[in-house]
Design a protein around this ligand. Structure first.
Ligand code: HEC
Length: 157
């Protein structure tokens, strides 16, 4: 090794030593002024990290009360609660009050003849339709119980 190499190595090591010393000083200053690196020091950073690393899907093992309420089957309507008179007025009356298309008008002899069939048969025919009488009076959104209640109302007239 020549002299110039030795001098170079000496100076180079000195430069490295000075840089290392500066680095250590900077680390010491940084740790002392910030209190070190505490991952819990910034909770929002933590929650963000949690959010970003959440699995895409998760299995729910618990149901809230609201979930249970939403999943509960619809309470069946008590037939006794159905207002047959209201159904009749809304849907059936249009034909059955005027006798349109030969609809038997409750309270007439023509109706009395029909009434002989009894509630069960009349209700079945009203639900399924008979001749010019459309099924459920054309209101397919009515339940069988609602149509039956309307027939009961007609029989009571
Ligand atoms: C579009 C007119 C129309 C509407 C609306 C209508 N009906 Fe009728 N309905 C008729 C006609 C016409 C007949 C007679 C059918 C026949 O010739 O047997 C009839 C007959 C009936 C009968 C007698 C069935 C039988 O077995 O003799 C019942 C009961 C009846 N309707 C109930 C209802 C009820 C309940 C509603 C309402 C939900 C309703 N109708 C709505 C036209 C209608």
């Amino acid at each position: 090794m020549g002299d110039s190499d030795t001098i170079f190595l000496k100076r180079f090591s000195m430069v490295i030593a000075v840089l290392v010393a500066i680095t250590v000083v900077i680390i010491v200053i940084a740790v002392n002024t910030t209190g070190g690196v505490d991952p819990n020091a910034n909770p929002s950073r933590l929650t963000l990290a949690d959010k970003r690393t959440l699995p895409v899907g998760a299995v729910r093992t618990e149901l809230s009360a609201a979930d249970l309420a939403a999943a509960a089957p619809v309470e069946p309507v008590d037939p006794a609660d159905i207002d047959g008179g209201a159904v009749y007025a809304q849907v059936c009356q249009a034909c059955h009050m005027t006798g349109a298309a030969g609809a038997p008008v409750p309270g007439t002899d023509l109706w009395a003849e029909r009434a002989m069939k009894g509630l069960e048969q009349l209700a079945a025919n009203a639900i399924n339709g008979i001749n010019a009488m459309p099924a459920k009076g054309g209101r397919m959104d009515l339940s069988d119980a609602e149509v039956t209640a309307a027939v009961e109302h007609m029989l009571g007239q």
